[in-house]
Design a protein around this ligand. Sequence first.
Ligand SMILES: NC(=O)c1ccc[n+]([C@@H]2O[C@H](COP(=O)([O-])OP(=O)(O)OC[C@H]3O[C@@H](n4cnc5c(N)ncnc54)[C@H](OP(=O)(O)O)[C@@H]3O)[C@@H](O)[C@H]2O)c1
Length: 378
Amino acid sequence: MDALVLTPSTRSVTLTFVPTPKPGPGEVLIKVHAIALNPIDSLYVLDPVAETDRVIGTDFAGTVAELGEGVRNRKVGDRVAGFVQGACSTNDRPGCFAEYVVSPWDLLWAVPASMQPREAATVSMCGLTAAQGAFYRLGVPLPPDFPTPAIKSASPAPLSVKNATVLVYGGSTSLGMFALQLLRRALPHAQIIAVASAKHAQFLSASPYTADTVVDYRNDAWPDDVRALAPQGVDYALDCISEGATVERVHSTLAEQARLAVFRSPSGGGFPADLRVSPIYGAVWEGLGHDVGYNGGVLPADPAARAFAVAFDAYLSLHPLEPNPTRLLDGGLARVTAEGFALLGGPMVTQRSQPMVDGVTLKHLSGEKAVYEIVIEP
Ligand SMILES: NC(=O)c1ccc[n+]([C@@H]2O[C@H](COP(=O)([O-])OP(=O)(O)OC[C@H]3O[C@@H](n4cnc5c(N)ncnc54)[C@H](OP(=O)(O)O)[C@@H]3O)[C@@H](O)[C@H]2O)c1
C-alpha cells in the first residue's frame, strides 16, 4: 500500500510503498477513505520522537476491510472512524496516512450514513481530547446517555455549583468546537463563554455550539470582558490553546474554587504550572491504553483512560458530534507534507501564518480542519 513514511534522522516524509498491515487479535484492518490533519502530525516530523522509520498520521475515517482474531462486534464494510498515534511516540505502531490502518475494534466509532468520511475524520482525536478535558480531568457531569461505569472512579466529583460558568478559550480550534458541543450537552443551563476571534462569534453562538457569549481574543482586554460576564469567576475553564500567556490570562478569570484544563504541557506550551489553580494537563494518548514513549519519558498504560475512550466511542456511535468544518485539499497523500503541513505551520498554533505553496498564498486555517480524501467511496 502507499503510505507516508517518516525518516526521523532526516526529518523527512516520503510517499512509500509498504506492506499492508495485518490486524492482530482484537484489531481490524481499515481501508482509509479520508484523513484529517492535526498540529501534532507536523510537529513530530519537525521534531521527531520516533526513532525508526514509521508511517505517520493520527485521524482517519474508512471502512472495515478485515477482522482480526476474536473480533465479533465489527463486520467487513462497517463505516468507522478513529485515531492512532502515528509518529507521535517512540512506539512502533503505524499511523493512518496510508491506504490501510490497523486499530483495536473498540477504539472506533460507527460513522452514520449521513456523514462524509472527510467530515468523520475530523472528530476522533480532538473529540476525545475535549471529552477527556471536560469530563475525565475537570469532572464536569457527563452528558445524558454517556456510558458511565468506565469513569466513575477515575474522575473528580463535579464542583458543587448551581448553573456553573464555563470558559472555552480558543473556541474556534478543533478542540474548542468539540468542547463547546459536549459542554452544552452536559450542562444545558450553564453560562458558556467562548473566547475566539470575532469572525467566528455568530457560528459559535449557533447550534450545536451555543456559546452564550463569544468574547474576542484579539481585544487585549478580553479577560476584563469575561470577568464582567462572570463576576464570581469562571468555574470550569478549558484553555484549548495553552500557549505562552493564554494560561495565565485564562487563570485570571477563575473563581475561588475552579478547575482549569490545559492541552499543552507547561514546557511544551511555555507557561508556568505553579498557579493558584493548578492547570490539569493530559495527553489524549492515555486513551489508547498502552505504554507510550513520549517527550523523553513513558506515559504508563492507564486502563481507566482506555475505558473512558471506549465509552466515548460508544457514545459517539449513538450521538455523533458535529464534525469540524473542513477544508478539503486536493492530491491525496502526495500533497500532505507540501501543502497540509505548510498550513499547520510550526509548533505554535498562535504563530501560524499564511504559507506560500507553489507560488500561491494560502488562507490560514481558521475554524476548520484540513482534510484529504485517500479513497473515494463508490
Ligand atoms: N493534550 C492533547 O492530547 C492534545 C490533543 C489535541 C490537540 N492538542 C493541542 O491543542 C491545541 C489546539 O489544537 P487544535 O487542533 O484544536 O487547533 P487548531 O484547530 O489547529 O487551531 C486553529 C485555531 O486557533 C485559533 N487561534 C489562533 N491563535 C489564537 C489565540 N491566540 N487565541 C485564541 N484562538 C487562537 C485560530 O482562530 P483565528 O483563525 O480566528 O485566529 C484557529 O481557528 C494545539 O496546541 C494542539 O497541539 C493537545
